[in-house]
Design a protein around this ligand. Structure first.
Ligand SMILES: [Zn+2]
Length: 173
């Protein structure tokens, strides 16, 4: 079958979409969004890819349509990515049973105005925002005291705010 220049451009740009989608999925996974969103993005990408490739070689739809179709799939994955990041910021960290404050060792209950810090996959809990703040202010001392192997805090959660903020955002408040 004959693939002209326009066809090649459409084919190539659609593959660029897919490569970006794969990186998007990996990036979100590393960022720690719920795995169901990563699976959803991969699912959307695969579905649109299969239909697109199948349609192209079976000459089911015109080139213009192929491009619109792939753009639609790409937009959908971006939408899911945006939504998953928003959700991640609003979802409170699950409080482990018998969890203690990293500053004063008090047990933390669900009804406490607790706060949390996140570094990679490690989440530290505090029974109050004040204790979280004093942990941040004396980071090196508490790290040594608690034998923590964390380099830097990336995310801050507080019950009062009801969402996660990056450390920079939190310190600007
Ligand atoms: Zn405390």
């Amino acid at each position: 079958m004959q693939i002209d220049e326009k066809g090649l451009i459409v084919l190539a740009s659609s593959r660029v979409f897919e490569i970006v989608e794969v990186f998007l999925a990996i990036g979100l996974m590393l960022k720690g969004v719920a795995i169901r969103y990563v699976i959803l993005i991969i699912g959307i990408a695969l579905t649109f890819f299969m239909v697109s490739i199948f349609g192209f070689f079976m000459k089911l739809f015109p080139l213009g349509f192929s491009f619109v179709w792939d753009s639609l799939g790409f937009s959908l994955t971006l939408l899911v990515a945006y939504y998953s990041l928003r959700r991640m910021r609003l979802e409170p960290p699950p409080l482990p049973k018998g969890c203690r404050c990293a500053v004063c060792s008090a047990f933390i209950r669900e009804d406490h105005a607790f706060a949390a810090l996140k570094s990679g996959s490690i989440i530290l809990f505090f029974d109050s925002e004040e204790h979280m703040k004093s942990f941040l202010e004396n980071f090196e001392e508490y790290k040594k005291l608690r034998g923590l192997r964390i380099e830097r805090v990336e995310w801050v959660y507080s019950r009062a705010l009801g969402k996660w903020l990056s450390l920079e955002e939190y310190q600007r408040l």
